[in-house]
Design a protein around this ligand. Structure first.
Ligand code: SF4
Length: 176
């Protein structure tokens, strides 16, 4: 017996369709191996039940959303991995070259830094944010950056959902 209810086929199909639609709209490509992708989609649903958020199905989540924000799918490392290796770490998303069969997929190294390093990076970012205080004062509205895809927008608050990669509001950071 599993601790959490197994995702139904209908749930898997629904999330798969949504991811496929979002990918198309945002200029991303799902891995063409549909069964493989649906296996990952199932993992996302299981993680949502387990942790309350869709943690990456290929990584060990820490059950702390604040510390796992970077690996909520789509993770912060997706675009760089697609660019450098032709796929995200799980190979849920692939590059156009991989999709077209022009590039073969190899292994994808883990880009996520260890927790200690992530904490240092976070502290450094906060420090550099404080330094840009003068520029902040000159702008009439704050500029927000999506940490997943780099989308920038100037408005009082970040959008609920990134219009490009569909990451949630909590994946935006104050850019300026
Ligand atoms: S985008 Fe990131 S979080 Fe989502 S499946 Fe790929 S590696 Fe995992």
């Amino acid at each position: 017996m599993t601790e959490f209810e197994e995702p139904t086929q209908e749930e898997i199909e629904q999330l798969y369709s949504r991811l496929a639609k979002d990918a198309k709209q945002g200029g991303y490509y799902l891995n063409p191996d549909v069964d493989f992708v649906k296996g990952l989609v199932k993992g996302l649903i299981v993680n949502e039940r387990r942790y309350g958020y869709q943690a990456c199905p290929c990584r060990l989540a820490g059950e702390d959303k604040a510390q796992d924000l970077d690996i909520i799918c789509p993770c912060n490392y997706r675009d760089a991995d697609i660019n450098d290796f032709g796929a995200c770490y799980c190979a849920l998303y692939v590059s156009r070259a991989v999709l077209r069969g022009e590039k073969e997929l190899g292994s994808i190294p883990e880009r996520r830094p260890p927790l200690e390093e992530r904490e240092i990076l976070k502290a450094n970012k906060q420090a550099s944010g404080a330094e840009s205080g003068i520029l902040k004062q000159k702008l009439s509205v704050p500029v927000w950056r999506c940490v997943v895809c780099g989308y920038l927008c100037g408005r009082d608050d970040p959008p609920e959902v990134c219009p490009i990669c569909k990451a949630g509001k909590d994946r935006f950071e104050r850019f300026i």
